[in-house]
Ligand binder design. Structure first.
Ligand SMILES: NC(=O)C1=CN([C@@H]2O[C@H](COP(=O)(O)OP(=O)(O)OC[C@H]3O[C@@H](n4cnc5c(N)ncnc54)[C@H](OP(=O)(O)O)[C@@H]3O)[C@@H](O)[C@H]2O)C=CC1
Ligand SMILES: Cc1cn([C@H]2C[C@H](O)[C@@H](COP(=O)(O)OP(=O)(O)O[C@H]3O[C@@H](C)C(=O)[C@@H](O)[C@H]3O)O2)c(=O)[nH]c1=O
Ligand SMILES: [Mg+2]
Length: 287
């Protein structure tokens, strides 16, 4: 099947290129498929005539987003809307990724798909607007909300921690934001599974939560990374748990980032591995 993927060098896009390699992939970076120019996307899609589109491109710099609201909304909301309109016209489905940061984190339990988004920052607000644009387009779509994505490439918490833990004596990490670290490789495998099942005739469109199983804090995630560094005989800083109030950032993050994945299991029988298992799989790939 011919699949158009946006976001060429991104964490999820790179893993999709591996997980979907038996398909005919058209993986486009910002040169050929620039989401900051939403009007340009339709032409490329109509020319390529894919059977499915996966939007793995996004503006993901959460703090910087606070200063570039207009550009962030163009890339994360207007562009997915334009892609969805073109998918509707071509009568093909669109798979799109969204985030735990659509929620404000005030819920006591894990978020379900039907919970009302209330983003705390510009990035989250732009992702909410992107979701809405897909829903009103009328195209068949999957909005897959994931969280705390890392991989061996790009900018992410795993690589940041690996560097800082080896450079410093002590490192303070917030312990009151709870969520599920999710390997981009797990997201890509699950996406490939959904595509297989769709090709076999299953059609459960809509919004789904797709994260690794289990939960931890950023401090817990950092501790797991530190444990594995030490096991590999690498130098490693002492870790200190701190409250978010001691780590001020331009954008506020939700305290509860937990996403309930039951709907995905019910409708699609897709379940991601535990976050620790996925972390080991990613590290294995890196070694
Ligand atoms: N990262 C995370 O922790 C999480 C991500 N998500 C969502 O998952 C999806 C994939 O994220 P992830 O792979 O981690 O993101 P990355 O930041 O790793 O990759 C995003 C990609 O989008 C590209 N991009 C940015 N601006 C444009 C543009 N104007 N035109 C074309 N491409 C552009 C980037 O290109 P370049 O490298 O050139 O900038 C990059 O390749 C996104 O929808 C994101 O919102 C959800 C939850 C958590
Ligand atoms: C580097 C560092 C971060 N932190 C904190 C800051 C923050 O609360 C938390 C995570 O920091 P980051 O900047 O890596 O994470 P952040 O950019 O907020 O990650 C988010 O990205 C977007 C795209 C998403 O969609 C989310 O799911 C989430 O993954 O860790 C520390 O406490 N100590 C540190 O040394
Ligand atoms: Mg970040």
């Amino acid at each position: 099947m011919k699949i158009l993927i946006s976001g060429h060098t991104g964490q999820v896009a790179r893993e999709l290129q591996l997980a979907l390699r038996e398909h005919e992939l058209i993986s486009l970076g910002r040169q050929a498929f620039d989401l900051s120019r939403p009007d340009s996307l339709r032409e490329t899609m109509l020319r390529e005539r894919p059977a499915l589109v996966i939007n793995a491109a996004a503006y993901t710099a959460v703090d910087q987003a606070e200063q570039e609201r207009e550009l962030v909304f163009t890339i994360n909301a207007e562009a997915p809307g334009a892609m969805a309109d073109a998918c509707f016209e071509l009568d093909i489905p669109l798979i799109h990724y969204s985030t735990d940061y659509v929620f404000d984190g005030s819920k006591a339990t894990a978020y379900r798909e039907a919970d009302t988004p209330r983003p705390l920052g510009v990035y989250g607000a732009s992702k909410v607007a992107g979701e809405q644009a897909l829903r009103i387009s009328g195209c068949d779509h999957l909005i897959l909300r994931t969280s705390w994505v890392y991989s061996q490439h790009g900018r992410n918490f795993l690589l940041t921690m690996q560097r800082l833990l080896q450079e410093r004596e002590e490192l303070s990490v917030v312990d009151d934001q709870i969520g599920a670290p999710t390997w981009a490789g797990s997201i890509a495998s699950a996406t490939a599974e959904l595509i297989d099942k769709w090709q076999q005739g299953r059609h459960h469109w809509g919004t789904y939560h797709l994260t690794c199983q289990g939960e931890t804090s950023w401090f817990g995630f950092a501790s797991a990374i530190a444990e594995r560094l030490r096991a590999a005989g690498k130098p490693c800083a002492r870790l200190r748990p701190i409250p978010s109030s001691e780590y001020p950032t331009p954008a506020q993050r939700p305290l509860n980032s937990r996403l309930d994945g039951e709907r995905l299991e019910q409708d699609w029988q897709v379940r991601l591995p535990d976050w620790r298992t996925a972390l080991d799989a990613c590290l294995q790939r890196m070694s």
